[in-house]
Design a protein around this ligand. Structure first.
Ligand code: NAD
Length: 340
Protein backbone atom coordinates (compact mmCIF):
# COMPACT_ATOMS: atom_id res chain seq x y z
CA UNK A 1 0.00 0.00 0.00
CA UNK A 2 1.33 3.45 -0.87
CA UNK A 3 1.52 6.36 1.56
CA UNK A 4 -1.63 8.34 2.40
CA UNK A 5 -1.69 11.83 0.98
CA UNK A 6 -2.68 14.20 3.77
CA UNK A 7 -3.08 17.96 3.52
CA UNK A 8 -0.94 19.96 5.94
CA UNK A 9 -2.00 23.51 6.75
CA UNK A 10 0.73 24.92 9.03
CA UNK A 11 -1.34 28.02 9.91
CA UNK A 12 -0.16 31.13 11.74
CA UNK A 13 1.79 32.07 14.86
CA UNK A 14 3.17 28.93 16.52
CA UNK A 15 1.49 26.80 13.80
CA UNK A 16 4.53 26.34 11.53
CA UNK A 17 6.84 25.52 14.49
CA UNK A 18 4.58 22.89 16.02
CA UNK A 19 3.68 21.50 12.58
CA UNK A 20 7.30 20.97 11.64
CA UNK A 21 8.01 19.25 14.99
CA UNK A 22 5.04 16.93 14.36
CA UNK A 23 6.17 16.20 10.80
CA UNK A 24 9.62 15.19 12.09
CA UNK A 25 8.10 12.85 14.68
CA UNK A 26 5.73 11.20 12.19
CA UNK A 27 8.59 10.67 9.76
CA UNK A 28 10.75 9.07 12.47
CA UNK A 29 7.83 6.81 13.45
CA UNK A 30 7.52 5.63 9.82
CA UNK A 31 3.97 6.95 9.60
CA UNK A 32 2.87 6.18 6.02
CA UNK A 33 1.87 9.75 5.23
CA UNK A 34 2.96 12.12 2.47
CA UNK A 35 2.18 15.77 3.00
CA UNK A 36 0.42 18.08 0.56
CA UNK A 37 1.13 21.52 2.00
CA UNK A 38 -1.45 24.28 1.61
CA UNK A 39 -1.90 27.64 3.30
CA UNK A 40 -4.66 29.40 5.20
CA UNK A 41 -4.92 32.46 7.42
CA UNK A 42 -2.34 35.24 7.58
CA UNK A 43 0.15 32.87 5.92
CA UNK A 44 -2.09 32.74 2.83
CA UNK A 45 -2.65 36.51 2.86
CA UNK A 46 1.12 37.05 2.98
CA UNK A 47 1.40 35.07 -0.26
CA UNK A 48 -1.15 37.39 -1.88
CA UNK A 49 -3.86 34.76 -1.69
CA UNK A 50 -7.33 34.72 -0.14
CA UNK A 51 -7.40 34.09 3.61
CA UNK A 52 -8.89 30.67 2.87
CA UNK A 53 -7.77 29.85 -0.67
CA UNK A 54 -9.85 27.58 -2.91
CA UNK A 55 -6.67 25.56 -3.52
CA UNK A 56 -6.63 24.65 0.19
CA UNK A 57 -10.31 23.70 0.28
CA UNK A 58 -9.98 21.71 -2.96
CA UNK A 59 -6.95 19.81 -1.64
CA UNK A 60 -8.86 18.80 1.51
CA UNK A 61 -11.90 17.78 -0.58
CA UNK A 62 -9.64 15.65 -2.75
CA UNK A 63 -7.53 13.99 -0.04
CA UNK A 64 -10.27 13.99 2.64
CA UNK A 65 -7.86 14.21 5.56
CA UNK A 66 -5.90 17.21 6.82
CA UNK A 67 -3.73 18.23 9.75
CA UNK A 68 -4.17 21.91 10.48
CA UNK A 69 -2.26 24.39 12.60
CA UNK A 70 -4.09 27.33 14.21
CA UNK A 71 -5.12 30.38 12.17
CA UNK A 72 -5.19 33.89 13.61
CA UNK A 73 -8.49 35.81 13.53
CA UNK A 74 -8.40 39.57 14.15
CA UNK A 75 -10.33 40.63 17.27
CA UNK A 76 -13.23 43.08 16.88
CA UNK A 77 -12.44 43.89 13.24
CA UNK A 78 -11.06 42.47 9.98
CA UNK A 79 -11.79 39.25 8.14
CA UNK A 80 -14.13 36.55 9.45
CA UNK A 81 -12.62 33.45 11.02
CA UNK A 82 -10.83 31.08 8.67
CA UNK A 83 -11.63 28.25 11.07
CA UNK A 84 -15.37 28.92 11.03
CA UNK A 85 -15.36 29.19 7.23
CA UNK A 86 -13.38 26.01 6.77
CA UNK A 87 -15.65 23.98 9.07
CA UNK A 88 -18.77 25.30 7.34
CA UNK A 89 -17.54 24.96 3.77
CA UNK A 90 -16.42 21.38 4.31
CA UNK A 91 -19.41 20.58 6.55
CA UNK A 92 -17.17 19.34 9.36
CA UNK A 93 -20.05 19.26 11.77
CA UNK A 94 -18.57 17.43 14.75
CA UNK A 95 -15.69 18.88 16.76
CA UNK A 96 -14.31 16.22 19.05
CA UNK A 97 -11.85 17.04 21.83
CA UNK A 98 -10.65 14.27 24.15
CA UNK A 99 -9.49 15.65 27.49
CA UNK A 100 -7.59 13.39 29.87
CA UNK A 101 -4.84 13.46 32.45
CA UNK A 102 -1.40 12.53 31.20
CA UNK A 103 1.16 10.88 33.47
CA UNK A 104 3.89 13.43 34.11
CA UNK A 105 1.64 16.45 33.56
CA UNK A 106 0.68 17.97 36.89
CA UNK A 107 -2.84 19.34 37.23
CA UNK A 108 -5.34 20.03 40.00
CA UNK A 109 -7.41 16.98 39.10
CA UNK A 110 -6.90 13.28 38.53
CA UNK A 111 -9.09 10.75 36.77
CA UNK A 112 -10.21 13.19 34.06
CA UNK A 113 -11.19 11.31 30.91
CA UNK A 114 -13.90 13.15 29.05
CA UNK A 115 -14.67 14.08 25.45
CA UNK A 116 -16.18 17.38 24.39
CA UNK A 117 -18.45 16.99 21.34
CA UNK A 118 -19.21 20.41 19.89
CA UNK A 119 -21.66 21.23 17.10
CA UNK A 120 -19.43 22.95 14.59
CA UNK A 121 -21.59 24.58 11.93
CA UNK A 122 -24.25 26.81 13.51
CA UNK A 123 -25.26 28.24 16.90
CA UNK A 124 -24.05 31.62 18.05
CA UNK A 125 -20.54 31.02 16.72
CA UNK A 126 -21.32 31.92 13.13
CA UNK A 127 -20.59 35.62 13.44
CA UNK A 128 -23.82 36.54 11.62
CA UNK A 129 -24.16 40.06 12.97
CA UNK A 130 -26.06 43.19 12.02
CA UNK A 131 -26.04 46.82 12.95
CA UNK A 132 -29.71 47.65 13.37
CA UNK A 133 -29.00 51.33 13.92
CA UNK A 134 -25.85 53.05 15.25
CA UNK A 135 -25.34 51.85 18.81
CA UNK A 136 -27.57 48.78 18.41
CA UNK A 137 -26.15 45.53 17.05
CA UNK A 138 -27.40 41.95 17.00
CA UNK A 139 -25.83 38.51 16.64
CA UNK A 140 -27.88 35.68 15.20
CA UNK A 141 -28.04 32.28 16.89
CA UNK A 142 -29.21 29.59 14.50
CA UNK A 143 -30.34 26.08 15.40
CA UNK A 144 -31.72 23.68 12.82
CA UNK A 145 -33.41 20.36 13.34
CA UNK A 146 -31.04 18.63 10.94
CA UNK A 147 -27.80 19.93 12.51
CA UNK A 148 -28.99 19.33 16.10
CA UNK A 149 -30.08 15.79 15.23
CA UNK A 150 -26.88 14.81 13.44
CA UNK A 151 -24.58 16.08 16.22
CA UNK A 152 -26.66 14.27 18.85
CA UNK A 153 -26.47 11.09 16.77
CA UNK A 154 -22.74 11.56 16.39
CA UNK A 155 -22.24 11.93 20.15
CA UNK A 156 -24.35 8.90 21.07
CA UNK A 157 -22.83 6.75 18.33
CA UNK A 158 -19.38 7.74 19.58
CA UNK A 159 -20.34 6.87 23.15
CA UNK A 160 -21.59 3.44 22.04
CA UNK A 161 -18.50 2.77 19.89
CA UNK A 162 -16.11 3.75 22.65
CA UNK A 163 -17.97 2.04 25.49
CA UNK A 164 -18.76 5.34 27.21
CA UNK A 165 -21.89 4.99 29.30
CA UNK A 166 -23.08 8.58 29.58
CA UNK A 167 -23.68 11.69 27.50
CA UNK A 168 -24.25 15.02 29.26
CA UNK A 169 -25.86 17.87 27.34
CA UNK A 170 -24.89 21.40 28.41
CA UNK A 171 -27.52 23.94 27.39
CA UNK A 172 -29.26 27.20 28.31
CA UNK A 173 -32.75 26.18 27.27
CA UNK A 174 -34.25 27.97 30.28
CA UNK A 175 -33.37 31.26 28.55
CA UNK A 176 -32.95 30.35 24.86
CA UNK A 177 -36.09 28.28 24.76
CA UNK A 178 -36.27 28.00 20.99
CA UNK A 179 -32.65 27.44 19.95
CA UNK A 180 -31.23 25.56 22.94
CA UNK A 181 -34.71 24.11 23.47
CA UNK A 182 -34.49 22.48 20.05
CA UNK A 183 -30.94 21.25 20.70
CA UNK A 184 -32.02 19.66 23.96
CA UNK A 185 -35.27 18.18 22.66
CA UNK A 186 -33.55 16.53 19.71
CA UNK A 187 -30.78 15.12 21.90
CA UNK A 188 -33.51 13.57 24.07
CA UNK A 189 -35.32 12.20 21.04
CA UNK A 190 -32.16 10.63 19.55
CA UNK A 191 -31.40 9.14 22.95
CA UNK A 192 -34.86 7.66 23.46
CA UNK A 193 -35.33 6.34 19.95
CA UNK A 194 -31.84 5.16 19.08
CA UNK A 195 -29.51 4.91 22.10
CA UNK A 196 -31.64 4.10 25.16
CA UNK A 197 -28.88 1.99 26.75
CA UNK A 198 -26.61 5.05 27.14
CA UNK A 199 -27.20 7.37 30.09
CA UNK A 200 -28.37 10.89 29.28
CA UNK A 201 -27.89 13.77 31.68
CA UNK A 202 -28.78 17.39 30.96
CA UNK A 203 -27.37 20.41 32.77
CA UNK A 204 -27.89 24.13 32.42
CA UNK A 205 -24.45 25.23 31.31
CA UNK A 206 -23.64 27.51 34.23
CA UNK A 207 -24.29 24.72 36.73
CA UNK A 208 -22.49 22.31 34.38
CA UNK A 209 -19.35 24.47 34.47
CA UNK A 210 -19.44 24.54 38.26
CA UNK A 211 -19.69 20.75 38.37
CA UNK A 212 -16.84 20.49 35.87
CA UNK A 213 -14.45 22.41 38.08
CA UNK A 214 -15.67 20.64 41.23
CA UNK A 215 -15.25 17.12 39.90
CA UNK A 216 -14.48 16.69 36.19
CA UNK A 217 -14.02 12.92 36.61
CA UNK A 218 -17.82 12.51 36.81
CA UNK A 219 -18.21 13.39 33.09
CA UNK A 220 -17.68 11.16 30.07
CA UNK A 221 -19.11 12.71 26.87
CA UNK A 222 -20.17 16.37 26.88
CA UNK A 223 -22.47 17.46 24.05
CA UNK A 224 -23.15 21.11 23.31
CA UNK A 225 -23.71 23.79 20.69
CA UNK A 226 -20.91 25.65 18.97
CA UNK A 227 -20.04 28.60 21.22
CA UNK A 228 -20.47 26.64 24.46
CA UNK A 229 -18.19 23.96 23.03
CA UNK A 230 -15.57 26.57 22.18
CA UNK A 231 -15.52 27.95 25.72
CA UNK A 232 -15.88 24.64 27.56
CA UNK A 233 -13.06 23.05 25.51
CA UNK A 234 -10.56 25.59 26.84
CA UNK A 235 -11.99 25.26 30.34
CA UNK A 236 -11.50 21.49 30.13
CA UNK A 237 -7.95 21.95 28.80
CA UNK A 238 -7.24 23.90 31.98
CA UNK A 239 -8.34 20.90 34.04
CA UNK A 240 -5.57 18.66 32.69
CA UNK A 241 -2.59 20.96 32.24
CA UNK A 242 -3.56 23.53 29.63
CA UNK A 243 -3.94 24.10 25.92
CA UNK A 244 -0.64 22.38 25.18
CA UNK A 245 -2.12 18.93 25.84
CA UNK A 246 -5.58 18.84 24.23
CA UNK A 247 -6.00 17.59 20.65
CA UNK A 248 -9.03 17.74 18.42
CA UNK A 249 -10.74 16.66 15.24
CA UNK A 250 -13.33 18.31 13.01
CA UNK A 251 -15.30 15.54 11.38
CA UNK A 252 -17.89 15.39 8.61
CA UNK A 253 -19.36 12.51 6.62
CA UNK A 254 -16.65 12.77 3.98
CA UNK A 255 -13.71 14.65 5.43
CA UNK A 256 -11.71 15.04 8.61
CA UNK A 257 -9.49 17.95 9.68
CA UNK A 258 -7.39 17.36 12.78
CA UNK A 259 -6.24 20.35 14.83
CA UNK A 260 -5.33 21.22 18.40
CA UNK A 261 -7.77 23.17 20.55
CA UNK A 262 -5.27 25.99 21.05
CA UNK A 263 -4.90 29.04 18.86
CA UNK A 264 -1.91 30.65 17.15
CA UNK A 265 -0.46 31.94 20.48
CA UNK A 266 1.13 35.08 18.99
CA UNK A 267 2.61 35.87 22.43
CA UNK A 268 5.09 32.99 22.11
CA UNK A 269 5.36 32.54 18.33
CA UNK A 270 8.80 32.15 16.75
CA UNK A 271 10.59 31.47 20.06
CA UNK A 272 10.80 27.67 20.03
CA UNK A 273 8.83 27.44 23.28
CA UNK A 274 5.40 26.26 22.07
CA UNK A 275 4.27 22.80 23.08
CA UNK A 276 3.82 20.65 19.96
CA UNK A 277 2.06 17.91 21.95
CA UNK A 278 -1.53 19.01 21.25
CA UNK A 279 -0.93 18.95 17.50
CA UNK A 280 1.03 15.70 17.86
CA UNK A 281 -1.89 14.11 19.71
CA UNK A 282 -4.18 15.41 16.95
CA UNK A 283 -1.87 13.70 14.44
CA UNK A 284 -2.19 10.46 16.44
CA UNK A 285 -5.99 10.79 16.20
CA UNK A 286 -5.50 11.33 12.46
CA UNK A 287 -3.40 8.15 12.12
CA UNK A 288 -6.05 6.15 13.99
CA UNK A 289 -8.70 7.63 11.70
CA UNK A 290 -6.65 6.59 8.65
CA UNK A 291 -6.27 3.10 10.11
CA UNK A 292 -10.04 2.85 10.65
CA UNK A 293 -11.05 4.22 7.27
CA UNK A 294 -8.42 2.51 5.10
CA UNK A 295 -7.63 -0.62 7.12
CA UNK A 296 -3.92 0.25 7.00
CA UNK A 297 -2.37 -1.18 10.17
CA UNK A 298 0.86 0.74 9.58
CA UNK A 299 -1.05 3.86 10.66
CA UNK A 300 -2.21 2.25 13.89
CA UNK A 301 1.29 0.97 14.56
CA UNK A 302 2.83 4.44 14.03
CA UNK A 303 0.14 5.99 16.26
CA UNK A 304 0.95 3.51 19.04
CA UNK A 305 4.69 4.13 18.77
CA UNK A 306 4.23 7.91 18.93
CA UNK A 307 1.86 7.70 21.88
CA UNK A 308 4.25 5.42 23.77
CA UNK A 309 7.06 7.85 22.88
CA UNK A 310 5.41 10.96 24.25
CA UNK A 311 3.96 9.15 27.28
CA UNK A 312 7.44 7.97 28.20
CA UNK A 313 9.05 11.40 27.58
CA UNK A 314 6.44 13.10 29.77
CA UNK A 315 6.74 10.52 32.53
CA UNK A 316 10.52 11.14 32.56
CA UNK A 317 9.89 14.87 33.00
CA UNK A 318 10.97 15.74 29.46
CA UNK A 319 8.38 18.35 28.60
CA UNK A 320 7.88 21.92 27.53
CA UNK A 321 7.61 24.95 29.83
CA UNK A 322 3.83 25.40 29.69
CA UNK A 323 3.48 22.09 31.55
CA UNK A 324 6.34 22.56 33.98
CA UNK A 325 9.32 21.37 31.95
CA UNK A 326 12.31 23.14 30.44
CA UNK A 327 12.40 21.91 26.84
CA UNK A 328 11.76 23.93 23.72
CA UNK A 329 9.55 22.82 20.83
CA UNK A 330 12.37 21.16 18.89
CA UNK A 331 13.98 19.56 21.94
CA UNK A 332 10.67 17.99 23.00
CA UNK A 333 10.27 16.57 19.49
CA UNK A 334 13.82 15.16 19.78
CA UNK A 335 12.93 13.59 23.15
CA UNK A 336 9.93 11.82 21.60
CA UNK A 337 11.96 10.71 18.57
CA UNK A 338 14.70 9.31 20.83
CA UNK A 339 12.06 7.01 22.40
CA UNK A 340 10.54 5.69 19.20
P1 NAD B 1 -4.34 30.73 22.17
O1 NAD B 1 -4.85 29.37 22.33
O2 NAD B 1 -3.55 31.01 20.95
O3 NAD B 1 -3.42 31.10 23.44
C1 NAD B 1 -3.91 31.17 24.77
C2 NAD B 1 -2.74 31.04 25.74
O4 NAD B 1 -2.25 29.70 25.73
C3 NAD B 1 -1.55 31.92 25.37
O5 NAD B 1 -0.94 32.40 26.54
C4 NAD B 1 -0.61 30.97 24.66
O6 NAD B 1 0.76 31.32 24.74
C5 NAD B 1 -0.88 29.64 25.35
N1 NAD B 1 -0.73 28.51 24.41
C6 NAD B 1 -1.57 28.16 23.42
N2 NAD B 1 -1.09 27.11 22.77
C7 NAD B 1 0.07 26.77 23.35
C8 NAD B 1 1.04 25.76 23.10
N3 NAD B 1 0.89 24.87 22.12
N4 NAD B 1 2.14 25.73 23.89
C9 NAD B 1 2.31 26.61 24.89
N5 NAD B 1 1.43 27.59 25.17
C10 NAD B 1 0.31 27.68 24.41
O7 NAD B 1 -5.59 31.71 22.30
P2 NAD B 1 -5.70 33.28 22.02
O8 NAD B 1 -4.44 33.96 22.45
O9 NAD B 1 -6.97 33.65 22.60
O10 NAD B 1 -5.85 33.40 20.44
C11 NAD B 1 -4.78 33.71 19.56
C12 NAD B 1 -5.25 33.61 18.12
O11 NAD B 1 -5.56 32.26 17.79
C13 NAD B 1 -6.53 34.42 17.83
O12 NAD B 1 -6.34 35.07 16.59
C14 NAD B 1 -7.62 33.37 17.74
O13 NAD B 1 -8.65 33.75 16.90
C15 NAD B 1 -6.85 32.20 17.17
N6 NAD B 1 -7.44 30.87 17.46
C16 NAD B 1 -7.40 29.97 16.45
C17 NAD B 1 -7.86 28.69 16.67
C18 NAD B 1 -7.79 27.70 15.53
O14 NAD B 1 -7.15 27.97 14.54
N7 NAD B 1 -8.44 26.56 15.63
C19 NAD B 1 -8.33 28.32 17.94
C20 NAD B 1 -8.32 29.27 18.97
C21 NAD B 1 -7.86 30.55 18.71
Amino acid sequence: MSDHEVVLVPGDGIGPEVASAVQRILKSADAPVSWIERQAGLAALALGDDVLPDSTLDAIRLHRVALKGPCTTPVGEGFTSVNVKLRKKLDLYAAVRPVRNLAGVTSRYSGVDLVVVRENTEGLYSGVENEITPGVVTSLKVATESACTRIARWAFAYARRRGRGQVTVFHKANIMKLTDGLFLRLARRVHEEEYPEIGLDTLIIDAGCMKLVQDPAQFSVLLMENLYGDVVSDLCAGLVGGLGVVPGANLGEEMAVFEAVHGSAPDIAGRDVANPLALLMSAVMMLNHLAETTGDDRCRHAAERIKAGYDSALAAGEKTRDIGGTLGTGAFADAVIARL
